[in-house]
Design a protein around this ligand. Structure first.
Ligand code: TLP
Length: 344
């Protein structure tokens, strides 16, 4: 099977499995797991932040990231297709007691002017804004990347109003690769950033929340409260360390494969590519083939290719990653061509 459903499907490399088997571990709730401590130090250094915290998932990292900045009854400004709003089972509302104030941006990339219109001061009717959230890369807009200037302006203006900024940087290393800058440059203006080890970086489990020490210390208690105190999880951190050292540097290859797929799919009758990919995510529309999205997806599966379809009528999403090389991408193109022809 050629699995293009997500970069979450990546399996740990042989090197990761070896490192996991050999990892030195301890009880992390006592702060005694040397491999986790090392991962947290490395992650903080890479992000250029004071401290970092290993959490089991991106969802938990975002939840804690939002909670450390906010109080119940505040609003969090985010883009309308943000993961925190649409794909985290209302975790933000449930745990942090905050309401999402969604701003529509076609490319998923917010501007300060669009955010500013939605900032609310405390008053007799409105809930005050507590936080701005940005998603970089933006998943549901097709892996789009915040230009550095746009992000800097958002953060500078938000800070002038006393508002913090949290980045859902599940794929922030993809953003850095696309911009050709160190990841610390991308995240420099935001207060906290969550990034995933378990997507393009290939680790089996884990995400990191990085930011000021005072907030990360608070986050450590919230992680325990959420049931995320993981004991000898150094075996997971060992894979994460290799993800940071070895995998972040190769993401450009995934981006090139995604551009290749976009070019090839765009030439198939009935298939419409939504936008040229900046990173490793591509949305395409199959309405012109006479097949529904789920039908298209099911027929692809019969041909050995997995691509998800649950993102709007006739809309499919694929992600490239290190388990799918160029030859496999070429086979996926042939499968899409075959299915598209079977519909007309
Ligand atoms: N994204 C998954 C699905 O949940 C949609 C995927 O296949 O893309 N932020 C962003 C931007 C994400 O894309 C994801 C996962 C998360 C947060 C949550 O990470 P996990 O799954 O580790 O909780």
């Amino acid at each position: 099977m050629i699995d293009l459903r997500s970069d979450t499907v990546t399996r740990p490399t042989a090197e990761m499995r070896r490192a996991m088997a050999e990892a030195v571990v301890g009880d992390d709730v006592y702060g005694e797991d040397p491999t986790i401590n090392l991962l947290e130090e490395r992650a903080a250094a890479l992000m250029g932040k004071e401290a970092a915290l290993l959490v089991p998932t991106g969802t938990m990292g975002n939840t804690i990231g939002i909670k450390v900045h906010t109080e119940h009854g505040q609003e969090v400004i985010c883009e309308s297709r943000a993961h925190i709003l649409n794909y985290e089972l209302s975790m933000m509302a449930w745990f942090t007691g905050c309401l999402a104030r969604a701003v529509v941006a076609e490319t998923g990339i917010l501007s300060w002017s669009s955010i500013y219109e939605q900032v609310r001061p405390l008053g007799p009717h409105a809930a005050p804004t507590g936080l701005i959230e940005v998603e970089n890369t933006h998943n549901m807009a097709g892996g789009t990347v915040y230009p550095l200037d746009t992000l800097r302006e958002i953060c500078e203006e938000a800070h002038k109003l006393g508002l913090p900024v949290h980045m859902d940087g599940a794929r922030v290393f993809n953003a850095a690769a696309a911009l050709g800058v160190p990841v610390s440059t991308v995240v420099a203006p935001v207060d906290t950033v969550m990034f995933c080890l378990s997507k393009g970086l290939g680790a089996p489990v884990g995400s990191m929340l990085a930011g000021p020490k005072r907030l990360i210390d608070k986050g450590r208690l919230l992680r325990k409260r959420l049931g995320g105190g993981m004991r000898q999880a150094g075996i997971l951190a060992a894979a994460g360390l290799i993800g940071l050292e070895k995998m972040a540097g190769r993401l450009g290859e995934d981006h090139e494969n995604c551009q290749y797929l976009a070019r090839e799919l765009a030439a198939i009758p009935g298939v419409k590519v939504e936008r040229a990919p900046e990173t490793n995510i591509l949305f395409f529309d199959v309405n012109g083939t006479g097949l529904s999205g789920p039908e298209f997806s099911a027929r692809l599966k019969e041909r050995g290719v997995l691509i998800n379809s649950a993102y709007g009528v006739g809309r499919l999403r694929l992600l490239t990653h290190f388990d799918v090389d160029r030859a496999a991408c070429a086979r996926a193109v042939e499968a899409v061509r075959g299915v598209a022809a079977s519909g007309n």
